[in-house]
Design a protein around this ligand. Structure first.
Ligand code: XIL
Length: 334
């Protein structure tokens, strides 16, 4: 039976974010039928794979890498340097205070070296730096411990260390809200700065945690144009289409609100997916990958985030791993 990867053969690989548990049962079957690329959803993040200075936990990540090799799938690595899901140890000095800049960069190098080297030959692309731009439009870089301790230097260094560890790997900067014009400009500025400083960067990842309300076709096209004008590969790295607009400050379902998947929502989601993939196909020469964030509506990280206890239905396959109507829109083109 044909899957997304077959319909999009000649366009770009179609990836999916996975956990070790996704590689079993019905989920496994669906992955093998539909996708030809994988990203570990969590298990390669520093907090998981390198939870203490002298301790690595490879088992879960190895399992995914082994699956990719066994089934001849591409694999993206995610994510080397991030402000979240990073063990606190890396910022802490022996005396409990903050580590020096030199020590932080040294620890970062050790981390990048060991993780990138281990999956050399299996992982073809790495998200080297994730989400380094501030959420405040007035600011440029996010005020994370990385930035606080090491300033801008950690950015260029991260790419250099990754390149030393695996000169063949494609190295990406990855971020969310990357097609909103205001943030797009700040991401562009960072990419330009990295290039001007000679950082070995190959591409930019547009996370694409989108919704049935946004982004517009115009913003999407303009973002891809703008990023690719730098000569970078562009990838869609974490696609899902939420039924709800993103509201960061919300944490609970409001009184009287339901979390159903209504026919109106379904229709909007079909149209959104249809438009997004039309644009992706138009950009097949610059887009080198489209990855979904999770396998099916059976489980999505949006089921509990940002609103506690609210179910979401953001993917192309339903809770029973069956293709939704949106799926047929995405694959029926000529
Ligand atoms: C998410 C995972 O899907 C969740 O399981 C986890 O609890 C939090 O992180 N941007 C990223 C991803 O780069 O790593 C995040 O993944 C989603 C937002």
């Amino acid at each position: 039976e044909k899957g997304l990867k077959d319909y999009y053969d000649g366009y770009f690989p179609i990836g999916v974010a996975v956990a070790p548990r996704s590689l079993e049962g019905q989920s496994k079957e669906l992955i093998l039928e539909q996708f030809n690329s994988m990203t570990p959803e969590n298990v390669m993040k520093m907090g998981e794979i390198h939870p203490e200075q002298n301790r690595y936990y490879w088992e879960a990540a190895d399992k995914i890498a082994e699956f990719a090799r066994e089934h001849d799938m591409k694999m993206r690595g995610h994510a080397l340097v991030w402000h979240q899901q990073t063990g606190d140890w890396i910022f802490k000095a022996e005396d409990g205070g903050q580590v020096s800049k030199e020590e932080l960069l040294q620890r970062m190098k050790t981390h990048i070296d060991s993780v990138v080297s281990r999956y050399k030959g299996t992982i073809y692309a790495w998200d080297v730096v994730n989400e380094a731009i501030s959420d405040n439009p007035e600011e440029f870089l996010r005020n994370s411990p990385w930035y606080e301790i090491a300033g801008e230097d950690f950015l260029v260094k991260a790419f250099e260390y990754a390149h030393e560890a695996d000169p063949e790997a494609k190295l990406f900067y990855n971020d969310y809200n990357a097609v909103i014009p205001e943030k797009r400009e700040r991401i562009y500025k960072l990419l330009k700065l990295l290039k001007d400083k000679g950082a070995p960067i190959d591409g930019v990842g547009i996370q694409a945690h989108w919704s049935i309300f946004d982004p517009s076709e115009k913003d999407l096209r303009e973002a891809i144009d703008k990023y690719s004008s730098l000569g970078l590969d562009v990838q869609i790295t974490e696609l899902d289409v939420s039924l709800y607009p993103w509201e960061k400050e919300r944490r609970e379902l409001r009184e009287g609100e339901s979390d159903e998947f209504t026919p109106e929502m379904e229709q909007r989601q079909i149209e959104s997916y249809d438009m997004f993939f039309k644009v992706f196909r138009d950009y097949k020469d610059v887009l080198t990958g489209v990855t979904f964030w999770n396998v099916s509506d059976n489980y999505s990280w949006l089921d509990h985030y940002p609103v506690e206890g609210r179910k979401n239905y953001p993917l192309l396959f339903d809770e029973n791993y069956e293709p939704k109507k949106a799926y047929w829109k995405v694959v029926e083109f000529d």
